[in-house]
Design a protein around this ligand. Structure first.
Ligand code: SAH
Length: 350
């Protein structure tokens, strides 16, 4: 069944042409879909017969709020959405001075196996469709009534492991007749799939690429991130350098700080060495503790930051939002799975 929300306006034009419909139907339907219409009957400016035909022939994804948690500390909202097939994914709305940011998931679960991450504990169940990634923005906007100015692909999943759907999502969310978020307001975070980073570079998009580095040496990085066992820090950094040269866009390096594992001064020195001669920025993330993991948050975040800065590397510490609502991605879905499927869906803040 065609999934119209995953289609570009040009593809919709072809689809409606085949149905013998005028060209303008494509944009009418595109607008409805991107506004979060919940049924084909809701497309009130379409002829009744066409609505019936679409109802019979097409799918329309409408995620349901399985849980919604609102932080009392900073107004962060975390949604757990139930998808058409019963799987759940998380989306977080964060409020910053420069505007609201939505953090979206790209897969149900994840295969990358990073030891500190809750999203990967049960492996990957499936990729999200372009419409399902887009829905997280559309329905977060609709449910919260908030304007959205930035998107980060830092939720559940490895976006570059779902490359084609993520690319299509970016095209759709960027469209002026839809949500209309500029590429410069979008960040995509990857664990470092080098072939896909090269492929992305060729597209020359103006988005910000964030690379989850988390350690400056192979031994530590392989311990934290199994993906490093096949790629290695040197090849990753070479690929990042190439990405910058091709796109002119600086990379942001994420570094989750783990007590006694990657937070020593010598590691800050190594990291500075690694970034030498390459414009980049380090984002230090205080580790969010995951119940299933023995890793603890570092107590040396500021010292580490100062050490980097003493070498001329710019480093910021990520502000923790939604600390009272398990807002780091993967935790809410995980909790839901652990509680079992018999739980009654609930809504509202906690
Ligand atoms: N698959 C992508 C997106 C993952 S989530 C990636 O690997 O980049 C975005 C960031 O959160 C990544 O840098 C990820 O490593 C980090 N992260 C995951 N679990 C974390 C935790 N428990 N504490 C701190 N950062 C975490």
């Amino acid at each position: 069944m065609p999934d119209l929300k995953s289609m570009t306006p040009e593809e919709l034009e072809v689809y409606f042409k085949e149905l013998g419909q005028p060209k303008f139907r494509a944009m009418q339907v595109f607008r409805w879909l991107h506004q979060g219409v919940e049924s084909f009957d809701g497309m009130t400016n379409l002829p009744k017969a066409l609505r019936e035909k679409l109802k019979a022939e097409c799918t329309l994804t409408v995620p349901k709020v399985e849980r919604k948690q609102v932080s009392n500390l900073d107004g962060t909202i975390k949604y757990l959405w139930r998808l058409g097939d019963g799987n759940c994914v998380e989306t977080v709305l964060m409020r910053y001075r420069h505007g609201n940011t939505v953090c979206v998931s790209s897969q149900v679960g994840c295969n990358m196996g990073c030891v500190f991450c809750a999203s990967t504990l049960g492996g990957k169940v499936r990729d999200l469709t372009p419409a399902e990634i887009l829905d997280q923005v559309i329905f977060t906007k609709k449910d919260s009534g908030e304007a959205i100015s930035n998107i980060v692909m830092m939720g559940i999943g490895e976006p570059l492991d779902n490359f084609d759907h993520v690319l299509r999502f970016l095209t759709l969310v960027n469209h002026p007749e839809g949500i209309n978020i500029g590429m410069r307001h979008i960040s995509l975070s990857t664990c470092g799939l080098v072939n896909k980073i090269d492929k992305l570079a060729q597209l020359g998009l103006q988005l910000t690429l964030s690379v989850s580095l988390h350690a400056p040496d192979d031994e530590t990085r392989s311990r934290l991130m199994p993906v490093n066992r096949s790629v290695g820090v040197d090849l990753l950094m070479e690929t990042c350098r190439r990405y910058f040269e091709t796109t002119g866009r600086r990379i942001s390096y994420e570094y989750a700080m783990v007590d006694g594992v990657n937070d020593g001064d010598e590691q800050a020195d190594q990291l500075s060495q690694l970034l030498k001669g390459q414009p980049g920025h380090v984002n230090l993330i205080p580790l969010n503790e995951v119940a299933e993991s023995p890793l603890k948050p570092s107590r040396r975040v500021r010292q580490f930051q100062q050490r980097l800065e003493s070498h001329g590397v710019t480093a910021t510490v990520r502000r923790k939002l939604g600390g009272d609502i398990d807002a780091s991605c993967g935790q809410l879905r995980r909790k839901r799975i652990m509680e079992g499927e018999t739980h009654t869906p609930e809504e509202g803040s906690t």
